[in-house]
Design a protein around this ligand. Sequence first.
Ligand code: SAM
Length: 326
Amino acid sequence: MKDSFGREINYLRISLTDRCNLRCVYCMPMRGLTFVPNDDLLQPAEVEAIVRAAAEIGFYKIRLTGGEPTLRRDIVEIVERIKGVPGIREVAMTTNGYLMPKLAKPLAKAGLDRVNIHVDAINHEQLIKTMRLAKPARVWEAIEATEAAGLLPIKLNAVVTRGYNDTGLPALAALTLDHPWHMRFIELMPLGAPAGIALENYISTEETIKIIEAEFGPIFPLNGGELDGEARLYRLAGAKGTLGFISPVSNPYCGDCNRMRVTSDGKIRLCLLSDKEINFRDTLRGGWGHEDLVALFKRAVTHKPWGHKLEEGIHPELRTMSQIGG
Ligand code: SAM
């Protein structure tokens, strides 16, 4: 289905929980957050009902996120249910990977197609500073288990944060020399309580590229600089993998936006960086049927705003990234 700006909206990102086992500095405060009670989280049958409704109007790609989606004990069942919905072609997940050694194989068997693993640094100190409760060895175990389960290609996400991981960016880029991985560098976005950190420690893609080029020499765009999803791809000379740069702040891709989000407490979020939401869970629990859900999704697509207003100094304040699902 097309929105009012003619964009085909076909990609749904579903946050399964607002809880996380890490506390990344730009995403979740260490203390003071209250979490959605377990009973209020979307249950597997509800997630399936949402996906069925979305699929009916043309959504075909689903990403599970959070919080940390693997903290859901029913995560394998959720993947299996989504994968069984007619019209769904791809089910992916964004995770910090901590539980992948246990879950990678069952998830692959349930039909998960791919995962993005979040790793902000290789250097021990930088990793702890940025992803706070992280344990470095777990990152490599996660990647190994994910590869062994055939969940390919491996995409790694690093959020670029001045004073936290900026001097370690070349080391992350170097991972692509020997591995066929996609190392993606994401511009920091201001959301909710940790917005101050994002505003003070933001580094543009242009600067990130300069930091990497200072170590490796000039890098050149692939695909004529066209977007691949939300990333612009580059390759280090002779590398097996690619570098991706995601620039929602310096070079917004709102004109190519094809996505919508469902929050862990059952709201349709029309744009990541706008607080506009439509309540969904009460509709589901109010005994409404499939057709009502389809109508709600159509309304959501119709009301999707054009894009964000970061350049006007306006950022979403009501929720952290962990509550929306990044
Ligand atoms: N727990 C999982 C993880 O760590 O990837 C999934 C949820 S997390 C909210 C999803 C992604 O959001 C992370 O991989 C991180 O790259 C990104 N993220 C979180 N906060 C961000 C921010 N303020 N700006 C840009 N990206 C952010």
